[in-house]
Design a protein around this ligand. Structure first.
Ligand code: ATP
Ligand code: MG
Ligand code: FE
Length: 347
């Protein structure tokens, strides 16, 4: 079995190919970051246009990369006609970006007369944890932290999710990006903040830990973001030199403290003995270390996605599609992309 996957929900155009044993034969990502960086964020209109320009090339590149992983005999027979299904991210994300991948997938599925499988992008970020962690199995608790989402999920089984809580305002990645912008750093801000934070003191400035004791699993990041921006503006007004590294470290620590404590509570309440982390912010080294410490304290096994699979990619979409293919969960070719989607009812 060969399942092709495409992802175009935000600003990376990606394609991957997975075989019948669940091995990723190819996993190609083309980022548009350079085109958005000068605007300080993703411009939806530009994202759509760049996806249109890139998608056929990225798909061909993926097929070429896969060819190198199969025997010469297989390679001589290998073509688009070898595919058994096409999968694609259908939600959530930028509608104009999603529609490019979805239209491409429908066209190819139609032409090859093979089924199409729609995949929820957040379920993809969750499945990225399977890469390099063969032991990973629900029940587990997952934290999904990315540019557009922040949620804690109780995974009862693959495909069966209960969202424990999510952000009531900004996403964690969004907060990193906005704080980075206020500090005059580039886009995306997450990697800049985490690099600077290594040189700073995380206890230097007492930024608020919003919702830490709210007794539920909701998050709020906009107050923290405002506190950091206010701190920066006050320092500037007093013509003081900005303690940039301390601001980055203290902001990051405020985020980490809340994320980790709510995750700890979720583990205790659900009784789950496995935890995993997904989404672009999962690449943050200090966040990863904090989760390693907490899980060791709680006697919980931790899975982390490989660094290259934290941000958007199609490998994670292929992994979800692999499960759905086995279950025969195909989409009617008339399906539409959706900007928003609840993980609790991904289909
Ligand atoms: P969503 O997955 O919610 O649809 P998205 O796909 O745009 O949103 P991702 O690509 O999964 O988001 O993640 C991008 C986010 O990850 C950005 O906000 C970026 O700043 C953040 N990020 C990347 N690396 C780091 C890091 N080292 N530390 C913190 N944040 C990071
Ligand atoms: Mg991105
Ligand atoms: Fe994402």
């Amino acid at each position: 079995t060969l399942i092709f996957a495409v992802e175009s929900s935000c600003d990376e155009t990606a394609a991957a190919l997975i075989d019948g044993a669940g091995n990723l034969l190819a996993d190609v990502v083309a980022s548009q970051i350079d085109f958005h960086a000068r605007f300080g964020g993703v411009v939806p209109e530009i994202a759509s246009r760049k996806h249109i320009e890139a998608i056929c090339g990225v798909a061909s590149e993926c097929m070429d990369a896969a060819r190198k992983h199969i025997t010469p005999r297989e390679a001589s027979m290998f073509s688009w006609k070898s595919l058994d299904a096409i999968s694609v991210t259908y939600a959530p994300g930028l509608l104009g970006a999603l529609v490019v991948g979805v239209a491409w997938a429908k066209g190819v599925a139609w032409a090859l007369e093979i089924p199409v499988i729609g995949v929820n992008h957040l379920e993809g970020h969750l499945y990225a944890n399977k890469i390099g962690n063969d032991w990973l199995k629900p029940p587990l608790v997952a934290s999904l932290v990315s540019g557009g989402n922040t949620l804690l999920v109780h995974v009862q089984a693959w495909g069966s999710y209960h969202t424990l809580g999510s952000t009531i305002d900004d996403a964690v990645g969004e907060a990193f990006d906005k704080v980075a912008k206020a500090l005059g750093l580039g886009y995306p801000g997450g990697p800049h903040i985490s690099r600077l934070a290594k040189q700073g003191n995380p206890r230097a400035i007492a930024f608020p830990r919003a919702m830490l004791h709210s007794g539920d699993y909701r998050f709020s990041l906009s107050g923290l973001k405002t506190a950091v921006i206010t701190y920066i503006n006050n320092a500037k007004q007093r013509h003081e030199e900005l303690p940039v590294a301390d601001i980055a470290a203290s902001f990051q620590q405020a985020v980490i403290d809340v994320q980790v404590e709510k995750s700890r509570t979720a583990l205790r309440e659900t009784g789950a003995k496995v935890f995993c982390l997904g989404g672009g912010v999962a690449a943050n080294p200090q966040l990863r270390r904090a989760y390693e410490e907490m899980c060791a304290e709680e006697g919980v096994r931790l899975a982390l996605p490989p660094l290259r699979s934290c941000g958007d990619n199609a490998g994670m979409i292929a992994l979800v599609a692999y499960d759905r293919y086995k279950q025969g969960k195909f989409f009617n070719i008339g399906f539409d992309p959706q900007a928003r989607c609840n993980l609790d009812e991904p289909y």
